[in-house]
Every structure is written in structure tokens, then in C-alpha cells.
Design a protein around this ligand. Structure first.
Ligand code: SF4
Ligand code: SF4
Length: 303
């Protein structure tokens, strides 16, 4: 199968959102075995980043994702939330006390949380009590259960979490990858696959000389190694950007991870710089794409 084009439903008209992901710190209290995103850095120029994000928000329909590390550990997180004038989603492992999340809702009532449960780091019951409370309070809550085969209660835990689903609460189960992982039994694999719901992407591809389109999920591209978009024209910059803890602005998480030169720093003349990147798609330089799969991309070279 040769992928020709990828589109995410969220990027289709008439929704004209602009996605900003801000790695407000790489600091995390969990250090999960399967994670290469945690470190010790904390944003110190966060006021400048907030100013930049609000500037973009005054021109575009911005959805900001606070990303880490664990964003809730940033020492000034409550003030950051207070000062942001855009729609915010925050990733969190939910390790802080419930009072903290109550304060977050107080200062940012329309905040969305994407929470993740890591069985090697926390007791399920503690996590569950917090999610249960938040499920009633939040405008939008996503609960991601990380399936680690060393903790075999995943089926019963996840079934319990699924009971919280509503038009505001969604749930996902995702296998973790680290050296200690065992394969699932045939029955559990079947159950797991059955839990992979939703179709977030439309892909156009060529197979046996025919060009066809289908709806699918991002995991399908990963599982079949179809996330190779080198030399594709990608909408990063036009549709989204990634801001690192030090204020460097990149097209996406993959560029940030591989330390390709950033577009600019929020300390520069960001108005001019942002105008340049937000009007021009880029030609992807990465061998594989692991982050913003759904940002529109189109093959431009025949390979
Ligand atoms: S909680 Fe999240 S950010 Fe922290 S180490 Fe685990 S996967 Fe990484
Ligand atoms: S790696 Fe980044 S630039 Fe390349 S296709 Fe993926 S999202 Fe786009």
C-alpha cells in the first residue's frame, strides 16, 4: 500500500482550529519505563510563551495542549492557566491531589483534561476515585489506560473506567512498549483490538494501480509502518506548532525530539516569524512520523 494523502477529521473544514502543543516542562514524577519524554527541564520564560500563545489566539481559533513531562508540576501552572486566553487541554498523570484539580477547574472552568493511568506507578483505586470525580465536573475528559502486561487486572480496571463514558468522557486503552512486555493471550488480544474504537483519519492510498480512500485510526498507520512521510508536504506550521520548554518553536514533536533547528524562539520578533511559518506548508525531513499524524499531508514526490 502506498499512502498518498492523510487527513484528520479535526482539520477538515469548517473547523479552522490551530493546534499548539506546549511542553511546559519535561519534568515528571513518574519516569515510566516506556517513556522518552520525561526529563528535568522546566520552562522559565513561560510569561513570554503565554504572551505568544495569546497573540496567536487573537488571530486563530487556538486549541492549546499543555504537554510534558507532567505539566501539572510546573511551579507556576495556576498562573499560567489564569493568563491563557485560549482553549486549553492539559495532559496529566493525575498524580496531584484532588484539591489541585479543583483549583484548576476554578481558574479555567472550560479546561479539558487528558489523564493517563500508569499501573507501575500508581494504584488503580486512587486514580479511579479522581477520574470519577472529574468525570462529573469537566467539560471534556479523556482517560487513557496504559496496558502493561505485568499488571494483569487491565480488563477489569478498564471495564470499570468505561462505565464513566458519556458525551463528555471518552476512554482509550493503549499497550505500552518496553522490554518486559509479554504478548497478550489470543483472547485478550481480541478483546484489546475490539476496544480500539473511532476513526480519526482519512487516508488516500494506491494499491494494485487503484487509488482509494478509507477512514481509519492513527494506530493502523503505526501498526503497518505506514507513518513514513519523508518528502511529503505537511501542514505543520499552517495548522499547528510545538513549543519546547525553552521557548523554541518547532513544526511538531518529531522535529523537537531530533533537535532539528527550530523555526524561532518566542523571545524573537515572533509576529514576523509566525506570519512566515503559518502561511507555508513544509516538506517533511523525518524518516518516520510519530506525533501529529493527522496534520494534513500529501505525497509530492514519486518514490
Ligand atoms: S507519566 Fe507520562 S510523561 Fe511521565 S514518565 Fe510516564 S509517560 Fe512519561
Ligand atoms: S514528522 Fe512532523 S513534519 Fe513530518 S509528517 Fe510528521 S508531523 Fe509532519
Amino acid at each position: 500500500m502506498k499512502i498518498l494523502e492523510v487527513k484528520d477529521h479535526n482539520h477538515m473544514p469548517p473547523i479552522n482550529r490551530y493546534a499548539i502543543t506546549w511542553e511546559i516542562n519535561t519534568l515528571c514524577n513518574y519516569a515510566c519505563d516506556y517513556c522518552d519524554l520525561h526529563g528535568k527541564d522546566v520552562s522559565t520564560n513561560h510569561d513570554k510563551v503565554v504572551e505568544f500563545i495569546n497573540y496567536v489566539g487573537s488571530h486563530k481559533n487556538v486549541k492549546l495542549t499543555l504537554f510534558g513531562g507532567e505539566p501539572s508540576l510546573h511551579p507556576d501552572i495556576i498562573n499560567v492557566l489564569k493568563n491563557l486566553n485560549v482553549k486549553v487541554e492539559m495532559y496529566t498523570n493525575l498524580s496531584r491531589r484532588l484539591d489541585f484539580y479543583k483549583e484548576v477547574i476554578l481558574v479555567k472552568p472550560d479546561i479539558e483534561l487528558e489523564t493517563s493511568f500508569h499501573p507501575s506507578r500508581e494504584k488503580f483505586d486512587t486514580f479511579y476515585e479522581k477520574v470519577k470525580y472529574l468525570a462529573d465536573k469537566l467539560y471534556k475528559l479523556e482517560v487513557v489506560y496504559m496496558l502493561d502486561t505485568a499488571y494483569p487486572t487491565y480488563r477489569e480496571d478498564y471495564e470499570k473506567i468505561k462505565k464513566l463514558r458519556s458525551d463528555r468522557v471518552s476512554t482509550i486503552i493503549a499497550k505500552v512498549e518496553h522490554s518486559g512486555q509479554k504478548s497478550l493471550s489470543e483472547e485478550d488480544e481480541c478483546w484489546y483490538m475490539g476496544e480500539q474504537e473511532g476513526k480519526d483519519l482519512t487516508i488516500t492510498y494506491e494499491q494494485d494501480g487503484l487509488v482509494q480512500s478509507t477512514e481509519t485510526i492513527s494506530n493502523y498507520l503505526f501498526a503497518n509502518r505506514l507513518n513514513q512521510f519523508k518528502y511529503f508536504l505537511c501542514g505543520c506550521g499552517v495548522h499547528n506548532i510545538f513549543i519546547a520548554y525553552d521557548g523554541e518553536v518547532y513544526p511538531c514533536l518529531d522535529y523537537r525530539r531530533r533537535e532539528v533547528d527550530p523555526y524561532f524562539n518566542v523571545g524573537d520578533d515572533y509576529e514576523e516569524e509566525f506570519k512566515k511559518i503559518s502561511t507555508k506548508e513544509i516538506v517533511c525531513k523525518m524518516n518516520s512520523c510519530s506525533s501529529e499524524l493527522g496534520v494534513p499531508k500529501k505525497r509530492i514526490l514519486s518514490k
